[in-house]
Every structure is written in structure tokens, then in C-alpha cells.
Design a protein around this ligand. Structure first.
Ligand code: CDP
Length: 218
């Protein structure tokens, strides 16, 4: 079974998708973490993504894998644990530009499909219901007011030891959503048959329950 959960930045996708995957006991995949990992690698190694042959080499060599360790989802890039490193402001401010590159998307989508097809998946991202799995069994699109989303992200950043004003964060999130929605190749979009859920007015348990009810028909 494939459950696609899409939506803009900080709309509650990760928390919801993780909860749903635990209850249904099916794997969970955070596709945003994959684009963040590539972005981290590109920045760290000063890769010129405009150079097609260099980019091809990077994509051929890159190894991204997820491991569940003590109940926490860890992401490894070429054997290095990058779970926290991919959440920094530096990565966040470049990820939309890098994830818009067609060859990067082709490579990531291929990987996402193979992971999803293996054992089924709750997969979250921007283009899961539209491009990665257009025939997903269930599709959800999460939204929330910009201020609600920025407040959530402020909390996440505080845990990483970063401080930022709410206003700046709201601007950054809006800018990223705009770039993600307006790119040519697989933009952030709600699939026609996706069920929209406004997480701004729900608790985490409530948003998880809405999905579980739909999926199990109970
Ligand atoms: O967690 P947050 O909402 O900040 O974003 P994320 O899910 O970690 O995704 C980070 C970025 O990756 C997005 O802003 C998109 O640019 C890109 N992304 C994408 O292009 N396609 C996906 N399926 C998932 C993420």
C-alpha cells in the first residue's frame, strides 16, 4: 500500500507520516530529507550543479540510506550520518534551488519508487501524489496557516540551537513554497484526488486519526 502525503513546508507532513506508518506498521519515507542530503553534499563539496557531467558523477556515486536507530530515523549519506546536518539554515536556504534540477529529481524519484514498491510506504514530500506515485492508494495534502507553520519551525530550530525571528522565518518559508510551487519539473502541487487536511486547526493525534480512518475505513 502506498500512502502519499504532500504539502508545503512545515505543514505537519513528517509528524503525521511517521505516526501513520507506526500505526499501520508500514515503512515511512521522508523524501525532503533526500533532497536535503543532496543539497548538503553539493554545498559541502562545492559541486557545480550546472556542469552536467560533474552532476552525473555525483548522482551515480551518491548513496543515501535510512536507518531506524532507537526509534529515531537516521539518514546516511555515503556512510556518514547527516540527520542533523541536513536541517541547518544553510541547507534549507539552498534546497529549493537544488531540488528543482531535473536530473536530481529523476534520480531521487527512481530511488523513491524502488523504496516504496519494496514493502509499501507512507511517503511524504511535494510531488508524491502527482509524480512519484500518481496511482497511490491514498493521497493527502496537508496545509496550515503560514504563522502556524513558522511557529512550528521555530521550535524545530530551537532544538538545533538556532534562533530566528518569526517574521524572517515566515518570509523564508513563503519564499521556499513559492520556488517549490513554481518550478517546471514536478512542482509542489495537490493531486486532483488528494484529500486536503488543515493541520493548523488539529492536534497531531487528530490529523493522524483522519488518515487512519480513511485508510482503514473505520
Ligand atoms: O520539512 P520541510 O517542510 O521544511 O521540507 P522538507 O520536506 O524537508 O523538504 C525540503 C525541500 O526539499 C523542499 O522545500 C523542496 O524544495 C524539496 N522537496 C522536493 O522538491 N520534493 C519532495 N518530494 C520533497 C522535498
Amino acid at each position: 500500500m502506498i500512502i502519499a502525503i504532500d504539502g508545503p513546508a512545515a505543514s505537519g507532513k513528517s509528524t503525521t507520516a511517521k505516526g501513520v506508518s507506526q500505526i499501520l506498521d508500514i515503512p515511512y519515507l521522508d523524501t525532503g530529507a533526500m533532497y536535503r542530503a543532496i543539497t548538503y553534499f553539493v554545498l559541502e563539496n562545492k559541486i557545480d550543479i550546472e556542469d552536467a557531467s560533474v552532476l552525473k558523477q555525483v548522482l551515480d556515486d551518491i548513496k543515501i540510506r535510512f536507518e531506524s536507530e532507537n526509534g529515531k530515523n537516521e539518514i546516511y549519506l555515503k556512510g556518514k550520518k547527516v540527520t542533523s546536518l541536513i536541517r541547518t539554515t544553510a541547507v534549507t536556504s539552498h534546497v529549493s534551488r537544488i531540488s528543482a534540477v531535473k536530473d536530481i529529481r529523476i534520480s531521487m524519484v527512481k530511488l523513491q519508487r524502488s523504496i516504496g514498491e519494496e514493502n509499501g510506504c507512507v511517503m511524504e514530500g511535494r510531488d508524491i501524489g502527482t509524480v512519484v506515485f500518481p496511482h497511490a492508494d491514498f493521497k493527502f495534502f496537508l496545509i496550515a496557516d503560514i504563522e502556524v507553520r513558522a511557529k512550528r519551525r521555530l521550535k524545530d530550530l530551537a532544538e538545533l540551537g538556532e534562533t530566528k525571528s518569526l517574521e524572517i522565518l515566515m518570509e523564508e518559508i513563503e519564499k521556499r513554497d513559492k520556488m517549490d510551487s513554481s518550478r517546471d519539473y514536478s512542482p509542489l502541487a495537490k493531486a486532483d484526488n488528494a484529500i486536503e487536511i488543515d493541520t493548523g486547526v488539529l492536534s497531531i493525534d487528530e490529523q493522524i486519526e483522519i488518515i487512519i480512518k480513511r485508510v482503514t475505513n473505520k
